[in-house]
Ligand binder design. Structure first.
Ligand code: SAH
Ligand code: DHB
Ligand code: MG
Length: 221
């Protein structure tokens, strides 16, 4: 953890005020840490933000790439109406098991399907079975963001909202030759969504508990 600065201190203030965790969210984070998962889930404020966006657009069928321990999935599933559903894709069996337990504790198992496998393989099958999605949260391996993009476009309908996490990478996206492959993936992805005539998009720069990064927000026109 970096030394607290004004941004992390204020992020804590904001999260305490606007996105306090209930028992299910606290337990999800705790159990994920206990199981040895990397602590890279969204912050509670970021969770609240994507939850609010899902509610604002009235999302009914959500797709997530990158489940980890199910922390962001809990936020997103809570934004769904009674008959809504979330499909979330995860490559690691062990992470998917932790997520399934966390979602069950949150009382959300009935709304959430976890699909295990590399998302490049599972997404086309999930699309056949479950599309069209009206809300997508892309948060899996950043190196493949440019490869996920055309698959996601095939899985969404008009008016859908597509979010992509971690597209600024402390500014590493500025360097086309960055030695961070995740930054190169994010850079290529940003260029794709910016240029795609089917989308209206922007990137929100974020600083705080999770350092310096950004969230892409794109609407399918
Ligand atoms: N959305 C989560 C965090 C996801 S971290 C949250 O905020 O709570 C990124 C996740 O993507 C990790 O769990 C990682 O195992 C998964 N992942 C990495 N490569 C993947 C791939 N090829 N297919 C599917 N999931 C992948
Ligand atoms: C990383 C991945 C994430 O999804 C995230 O939000 C932060 C960091 C990572 O792989 O480093
Ligand atoms: Mg992320």
């Amino acid at each position: 953890m970096e030394t607290p600065n004004i941004f992390t201190t204020l992020d804590r203030y904001i999260d305490d005020l606007f996105a306090p965790e209930d028992e299910a969210l606290t337990a999800a984070r705790k159990e994920a840490r206990k199981a040895g998962l990397p602590e890279i889930q969204v912050s509670s404020g970021q969770g609240k933000f994507i939850y609010l966006l899902a509610k604002v657009v009235g999302a009914r069928r959500i797709l997530e790439l990158g489940t980890l321990g199910g922390y962001s999935a809990i936020w997103l599933a809570r934004a769904l109406p009674e008959d809504g559903s979330l499909v979330t894709l995860e490559i690691e069996n062990k992470y998917a098991d932790v997520a399934a337990a966390n979602l069950a504790r949150a009382g959300l198992s009935n709304k959430v399907e976890i699909v295990v496998g590399p998302a490049l393989d599972t997404l086309p099958k999930v699309t056949d079975r479950r599309a069209p999605f009206d809300f997508v949260f892309l948060d899996a391996d950043k190196i493949n963001y440019p490869n996920y993009f055309p698959l996601i476009m095939r899985s969404v309908g008009k008016g859908a909202l597509i979010l992509a996490d971690n597209v600024i990478r402390k500014g590493a996206v500025l360097d086309p030759k960055s030695d961070d492959p995740s930054a190169r993936g994010a850079r290529a992805f940003n260029a794709m969504i910016a240029a795609d005539p089917r989308l209206e998009a922007v990137v929100l720069q974020q600083v705080g508990i999770k350092g310096h990064d950004g969230l892409a927000i794109a609407r399918v026109t």
